[in-house]
Write a protein that binds this ligand. Structure first.
Ligand SMILES: [Zn+2]
Length: 214
């Protein structure tokens, strides 16, 4: 069951399915809210963003950890840029499990871990999706892993576990500046990240005034 009732009366900018394993990039105006819905459950959206007015000011996983003072982001936390500016805010979140330290899968790390060359990957998806914005691969930062369950033990050991995200779970992210946003619907099938089975996401963007009038 996809929770659309919270959007009743809102002005929807778009409402689209992002198929399994695919990437997308789009512009998002300050104040707009993006809802990412896990359609079938246990699917991780990798997300990153750029200041639309200055692509050198972009999502920074280290600053996000440093300035929120946690590696486990929750409702109310911000995604911060390389220049320590808030880029997005988590408004709502039905899962509460996300990762900001593990980056995104790449053909290189897949070859290292699994001995397979030329796999589909989040880094590859970002490179393709951001090409129309003239953002080449070396300028693409690492990302926020929504719904990704990376455990951190007391001794610092990390592990990728299956996500607790269920069908219909979602996160709402508000843009705190004009952005270029990129999402990779993670194609990883060789570890528990996506429950061993990459599936679709639903992306719903709506205007801010719609929320208050709903
Ligand atoms: Zn991935």
């Amino acid at each position: 069951m996809i929770p659309t009732e919270a959007l009743t009366g809102s002005l929807v900018v778009f409402d689209d399915i992002l198929p399994a394993k695919q990437g997308i990039a789009f512009e998002m105006a300050m104040g707009q809210v993006l809802r990412i819905v896990d359609v079938e459950g246990q699917q991780v959206p990798d997300l990153l963003c750029f200041n639309a007015a200055d692509h050198a000011d972009k999502f920074s996983p280290p600053n996000t950890q440093l300035l929120n003072q946690t590696v486990f982001l929750k409702t109310g936390h911000h995604l911060y840029s390389t220049r320590a500016r808030p880029m997005m805010t988590i408004l709502e979140d039905t899962v509460g499990v996300h990762d900001v330290i593990s980056g995104g899968c790449s053909a290189a790390t897949n070859e290292f871990r699994y001995g397979v060359r030329g796999t589909a990957s989040c880094r590859g998806n970002f490179e393709e999706a951001l090409a129309p914005y003239d953002i080449p691969e070396p300028e693409i930062p690492y990302n926020f892993n929504i719904f990704m369950n990376v455990t951190v033990a007391a001794d610092g050991a990390t592990a990728i576990e299956e996500s607790p995200s269920k069908a219909g779970d979602y996160i709402d992210l508000r843009a705190d500046m004009d952005l270029v946003v990129a999402i990779s619907n993670c194609p990883q099938s060789r570890n528990p990240c996506n429950g061993w089975n990459p599936t679709a996401l639903r992306l719903i963007m709506h205007e801010p005034e719609a929320r208050s009038s709903a």
